[in-house]
Structures are given as C-alpha cells and as structure tokens.
Design a protein. Structure first.
Length: 726
C-alpha cells in the first residue's frame, strides 16, 4: 500500500514541477492593474502592524474610494500580501513567486484528487496538465491580484485530501489530525474566496467514489459538517459584511446567455489574452446583445444541462463534478446584476475548469484511456500543451509593467476607455502631459463611452476632473484667462456651486459643453480631496493665496490615493512659504508611494525648496531695491513664473536696462509662455542682437515640457488679473 502511494505521488510531483517551471519566469514582471492599488500603493499591507485589519475590513478597504467595489472578505489573501511584502521589502518578485508555487502546489493536489475520482492515472495527468497550463491561468498566476482563486482552490483540494485520509487512518490521533486539517482548510478556503462554499459537494464526490461502506459513512459525516459550517458562514457573514452590492437585481437573460457563450469561447480559444473579453456596448442608452451569440449561449446552456441530466443516472460523481463547475461559475454569468464591469474574467475559470475537466474525464475515462495509448492522440495532446505554454510565456511580456499591459489592451481594442485611462495615468506620472490628456480625451469620445460598463458615469466624471488638472498643468502661467477659467470651475466643484458652471470650461477641456449630469457626480462621489488639491495648487499659481491656503489646509493624510499629484501639494505649500508643510508632503510621497515618486525627483524638490526658503529669508532682510529680485528668485525656485513676474514688474518698469533685473525678467516671461513680451523686453534692455541672443540662451536651458505649454492666444492681462502685492 505504501508503494502504491509513492507511485501515485510521482506523476503528481512531475506535473507540479513542470507547472512551476512554466510559471516561475513571472518573478521577472512587476505590479500591474489592481496590484498597484491592492499592494504597491496600499500602506495597510506594507508590514504586519495592521494584521488585525485584514480580518476586520473588506478586501477592497484600502483607503482609496472604491466606488461600486464588491464587498469581498478575503483576509488570508491580504495576509499573504503582508507576508510577501515583509519577505522581500515590497519587491514584486516575491508576490509572483508565491503565485507560481501556490499554483504548482494546487496542481499537485489536482493529480492526486482526480486520480482518485477517475481511477485512471493517465486521465488525472491529462486533466491536471490542462488545468495547470490552460492560458486562462495567466490571469490567476502571472497577475498578483489573481491569486484569490489559486489560494482558495489549494485549500479546497487540501481539505478534500485530508477528509479522504481521515477514515483510512489506523490511529485515532492521525484521524483527528486529518479531520482537523480538513475543517481548518475549509475555513481557510472560505477566508480566501466565497466560492469555497461548494466544498461539501467535492467531498460528496469522494463519498460517491468510495466503495468502502465505513469510509463512505465517515466521509458523508465530514461533508455534512462542512455543509453546516458553510451554512453558518452564510448566516453570520451578512451581519458584518453583506454579500450583495446594493445594486439592481433585475433578470438579464440575454446578457447571461452572451456570457455563457463568452466563457465557452475563452475555454476553447483563449486568445488574444485580455482582461476585457467581449465588453458590452451601449447604443441609445441600451446595451446591445448580439442575437447570434445569445442564441449560441442558449444552445450551449441547454447542451450542458442535458449532459448533466444524462450523466446523473450513469455516473453520479461525474454529474456532481459537472454540476459543481456550474455552481462555481453560475453566480458570475450575469443573469442578474453582479457588480462586475466585465463580461468575463479568465481567473473566474480557475476552479470551474478543473471541475468540468474532472467530470468529463471521469464520464469518458475509458475512452480517454484508450486514446492515450495511440500515437496520434499523444502528438495532438503534446501540441495542445505546447500551444498553451507558448501563450502563457508570451503573456508575461504584457505583465512587465502597467504600460505594457494596457498597450496590449489597446492593441486588442483601441477604444477601450479603461485602458485609455490607465495609460493616461502612466503618461501623466512620466510627465508626458500632452499624451495623457489626449488619451483621456479619446476616452471621452462616443467611440469609447459606448462601453458603458467599462466607463460608468462616475469614471467619466473622474476623467473630466483629471482632464481639468492636466489642462492646467499643460497651460503656461502667462495664460491667465484659461487658468482662471479652470480655477473657477474647480472651486465651484469643491463648493458644490454647480449652477455657476456655464460650459466654457467644457469647451476648453472636452471640446464640447459639459453634460449637467457630469457635475452632479462631484457631490455624489468621494473625489473632494482631488478637487481641493488641484484647486489649491492652481490658486498658488494665480496668486490667490488666502483661498489656496484654506483649500490646502483642508487636506488630510487619510485619502492620499485620491490626490493626483502629492508633489504638487508640496510645491503649493512652498509657494505659500509654508515650508514645514511642504517638506511634510514630500515625506508622504517618499513613505507612501516610493514607486510613484522617484528619489531623485523628491531630492530635486527638496533642493528647490531649500533655495526658495533662503531667497525668501534674504528678501525679508534685503534693502528695498533688492527685495523684489530676491522674491522673484524665490518664486522662480518653485516654478511660480507668474508670481515672480508680478513681483519683479515694478522694478523692471523703473529700470528696464538694469543688469540685475532685465535678464531675470526676460527669463520669467519665457517661462510664463509669453515669448512676444520676452522678445520686446530683451530688445528694450539689450538691443535687437543681444536681446535675441539672450532669448536663445534661455530657451536652450528650458525643458521641452516648459517650452510646449499652452500659451495665451490673445494679449495677456497677466499683470492686472488677480495681482498679488509683493
């Protein structure tokens, strides 16, 4: 008997090792998509100090406003994030290594369990190989956030294995240990993902596959106790975290049938790899369900029901497995509102595909065993696995970074608004503001907004806010008219004075009037900190110090994830001469989001702040003739060209040829995007030739971004509009 156990373990170890080899290269990729929110930028998992929080909050309670997120309870997954972070200091390789090892461990258990269910080693190995290497696994294994299904399935199979071992243990101590492991693994599976509730059905399959009467009776008791544990979970869980989303639960049969077809399609033809397979399209306010695909889904659903019905009298374990696959996937088939914005997700297939393959493998085990002996079947199966591995490895190229992932998504669907938004954030973080703005503009066009599930109204509102901020960042200081329009719009949104918005800003930002409904989301959703930060920063550019100080003072450290650019908040405080707050916000950048704010960028800001602070102190003690220049230099250190110009203008008017004022004044005019005035001032101070040479030398030192800012389209009133006394 011991020899037979060892013999059964060898194919399981081999398949598990092969699986690990295929997926271990994922240690070279990074954080993408939800990984950024759940792990990289989530301070609650950056250590074990908040271990209790994993068990007392929902999975997506990460500090950021997650509108419409499902109330998942997955404390063990959160705990795994904490342990991975502590192990490798936040390096992504540890998270990916965990996923690969957990998937290999689950595959090992698949071989053992399926061999017992089917009675055929060849069938068990084939089922495990397809389960382990099918391209839908990439979303569960190569994507850090997909590990929920892997961890849940591992604990479910471990529970089944332990339950199977308990009745066969000769000593009572081993029997008790096995039972304790089975029940503990069931609880662990439930704490990893809610779908583990179907575990008693898998133990029931073991009951049906067991010929020993005493063992069957004991296994049946285990299944009954687990069912009672599951029922208790269903009763207790809503008391502290309801399952529902609070959304409508209308029956949506056409969407459900379309989803059935889409999942069958992903199983048979899992290419191209994408997070957004067949997203719904809206036309004239109603979703479009292609008739042919809906009918195909209906045929597939009827055929699957018939398969279960005809299998049950002949082979109950097979029927139970096929029914288990339907139960595991059924709540996600969109026959009612699920709270999900996608039609399918490959990681949802992780457990259902296993149960389906096991059910089919047992139902037709004799046929499959005969096929496995033929050369043609072996070659065909090897070719299939080779194709699977090729797709798995190619998908790693997409997971290298947030940019590569969503560039791929745009290649699949150039109008995907969620991909456009994600890439806009990447470009904005890299300083490519024009590219970021253009991506968000594309996301607001009808070609993209028709994907209403991917771009609900609140996301459209978020995009509009980000476009406001990007428009301001792309606008030169001297373009006071446009900056003032943006400032008034942001301030109106902060205060909820939506009646003051006349649509002019919509024409500026969107190229069309802003829909009234878009503004209402300012009051309905938690984006106030983003608005306050953007308005406060813009106020410091225009010189509205009192209001900017009030706005920035209202910000807290609680929802930092909502603020588009924390470094700009620090810069705004520096312009207000509140350097203690400026350094505090730089410290927050470094502590909370080290990957978002490079050290050299923060160091550069610190040097600029120190220089500005010294210039401000020098201005406080300088003689009247030198005070304006010192103030202008201080504002220049923090990039406030408009403020510096307003301070220096009187000194320039008194003596435009002054060597200590003229060149600096010309520099500030160019920085503010006023080249015509800069040329006139340089010519006035130095003459045509030397003036042109001065402009050329200043331009050569300016960054491309500063040169490319939106300049005024008409003579600027920068000096008189909201002028700030020196």
């Amino acid at each position: 008997m011991e020899s037979s156990r060892r013999e059964g373990s060898f194919p399981a170890l081999e398949v598990a090792l092969a699986t690990l080899i295929v997926f271990l290269p994922s240690v070279a990729v990074g954080y993408v998509y939800d990984d950024i929110l759940l792990v990289r930028d989530n301070p609650h998992v950056h250590g074990l100090a908040e271990l209790h929080r994993a068990f007392t909050t929902q999975f997506w309670d990460i500090g950021a406003a997650r509108r419409g997120s499902m109330p998942y309870y997955r404390p063990l997954v959160t705990l795994s994030y904490m342990l991975n972070w502590v192990t490798a200091g936040g390096k992504a390789w540890a998270f990916h290594c965990f996923n690969a090892v957990a998937h290999a461990a689950a595959t090992y258990l698949v071989v053992r369990v399926v061999k017992r269910w089917t009675g055929r080693t060849a069938v068990a190995v084939a089922v495990a190989a397809i389960f382990a290497l099918h391209p839908s696994r990439t979303e569960s294994v190569e994507w850090i956030s997909g590990r929920t299904d892997v961890v849940m399935t591992f604990f479910m199979l471990l529970s089944v294995e332990a339950a199977h071992a308990a009745p066969r243990s000769r000593s009572s101590a081993r029997r008790v240990t096995a039972l304790a492991l089975s029940f503990a693994s069931f609880v662990a599976a439930l704490l990893s993902k809610e779908a583990a509730l179907i575990l008693p059905l898998l133990v029931a399959v073991d009951v049906a596959c067991t010929s020993d009467v005493a063992a069957r009776r004991r296994l049946a008791i285990v299944a009954a106790v687990q069912a009672a544990l599951g029922a208790t979970y269903l009763l207790v869980r809503p008391l502290f975290l309801p399952f529902g989303t609070g959304g409508p639960h209308a029956f949506t049969p056409r969407y459900g049938l379309l989803t059935v077809f889409a999942y069958a399609e992903r199983v048979l033809v899992p290419w191209p790899q994408t997070f957004f397979h067949r997203p719904l399209v809206s036309e004239h306010g109603a979703f479009v369900y292609p008739t042919a695909l809906v009918l195909a889904g209906a045929v597939l659903l009827a055929a699957y029901a018939a398969l279960i019905a005809t299998t049950f009298p002949k082979d109950r374990p097979s029927a139970l497995l096929l029914a288990g696959a339907a139960l595991a996937l059924g709540p996600l088939l969109n026959f009612t509102h699920t709270g999900l914005f996608v039609t399918t997700s490959d990681h949802f297939l992780y457990l259902p595909l296993l149960l389906f393959l096991a059910g089919i493998g047992r139902r037709f085990r004799d046929t499959f065993t005969a096929w496995a002996r033929t050369r043609s079947a072996q070659v065909a199966f090897g070719a299939l696995l080779f194709a699977y591995v090729t797709v798995d490895e190619l998908r790693l190229l997409d997971y290298r970074s947030q940019e590569t992932l969503f560039r791929h998504e745009l290649a699949v669907n150039p109008q995907n608004p969620l991909a456009l938004r994600a890439l806009a954030e990447v470009d904005a973080a890299a300083g490519n503001l024009d590219a970021a703005y253009d991506l968000l503009r594309r996301a607001s066009l009808p070609e993209s907004t028709r994907y209403a599930m991917l771009l609900p109204d609140y996301r459209l509102y978020d995009n509009y806010l980000r476009m406001l901020g990007l428009m301001a960042a792309r606008t030169a200081d001297g373009n006071v008219r446009d900056l003032t329009l943006l400032y008034r719009e942001l301030d109106a949104l902060v205060a909820g004075r939506l009646d003051t918005v006349k649509g002019t800003v919509g024409d500026l930002v969107l190229g069309r009037a802003v829909p009234p409904a878009l503004h209402r989301y300012a009051l309905a959703y938690g984006t106030r900190d983003m608005l306050v930060a953007e308005a406060g920063f813009l106020g410091t550019r225009l010189g509205d110090d009192a209001h900017a100080r009030a706005l920035l003072g209202a910000l807290s450290d609680e929802h930092l994830e909502e603020i588009t650019n924390l470094q700009n908040v620090a810069l705004a405080h520096a312009r207000l001469r509140d350097f203690a707050s400026a350094y505090h916000w730089l410290d927050l950048c470094a502590a909370r989001f080290p990957d978002r704010f490079p050290k050299d960028s923060l160091s550069s800001s610190r040097r600029s702040f120190a220089s500005a602070e010294a210039s401000f102190r020098r201005a406080d003690t300088a003689a009247p003739g030198q005070r304006r220049r010192a103030l202008a230099e201080a504002y220049l250190d923090v990039g406030a060209y408009l403020r510096a110009l307003r301070v220096l203008r009187p000194a320039y008017d008194r003596d435009p040829t002054s060597a200590s004022v003229g060149p600096l004044y010309v520099h500030l005019l160019l920085g503010a995007g006023l080249p015509a005035e800069a040329l006139a001032a340089a010519t006035r101070a130095l003459g045509p030739e030397q003036g042109a040479a001065l402009l050329s030398s200043i331009r050569a030192k300016m960054s491309d971004r500063l040169k490319g800012l939106r300049k005024p389209t008409e003579p600027s009133d920068w000096y008189t509009a909201q002028a700030t006394p020196p």
